[in-house]
Design a protein around this ligand. Structure first.
Ligand SMILES: [Zn+2]
Ligand SMILES: [Zn+2]
Length: 132
């Protein structure tokens, strides 16, 4: 097993850590992620929720029935996308302590990918969600 996956927000008030391996690593181009993250897409590492230790304050916003977005209430960094029913939580790759450790394996929701963004990798790119 490698080093823990750890990260935190811009101001340092909120930190997270897990010893788990990622479930998957994806770049999501959906509009909800674009709005929630305030960026052109959401590159995130998905890990089991029950393995993640979070310290510090987190604000949660339900962006859909089943998904909550977590952010630092002090500095506003977007950190998490949490689905309790599936025991999973996405960690924004920009908030990782080592942002170069992981590479997305696929793009999802490229049907709403921003027009300026040209995908120059050879990764699978799914129009909507990844096939089950
Ligand atoms: Zn913060
Ligand atoms: Zn998304």
């Amino acid at each position: 097993m490698g080093a823990p996956i750890a990260g935190g927000c811009l101001c340092g008030a909120c930190r997270y850590e897990t010893d788990a391996e990622p479930i998957n690593i994806r770049a999501c181009h959906c509009r909800v992620c674009q709005k929630a993250i305030g960026a052109s897409f959401n590159a995130r590492v998905l890990v089991p929720l029950d393995t993640l230790t979070i310290s510090g304050p987190v604000g949660w916003y339900p962006s859909s029935d089943d998904l909550e977005r977590g952010f630092c209430p002090q500095c506003g960094s977007t950190l998490f996308s949490k689905r309790v029913s599936a025991n999973i939580i996405g960690l924004t790759m920009g908030s990782l302590d080592d942002p170069d450790r992981f590479f997305p394996a696929e793009h999802i929701w490229v049907s709403s990918k921003q027009a300026w963004l040209v995908l120059a990798d050879d990764l699978p790119a799914h129009e909507e969600a990844a096939p089950a």
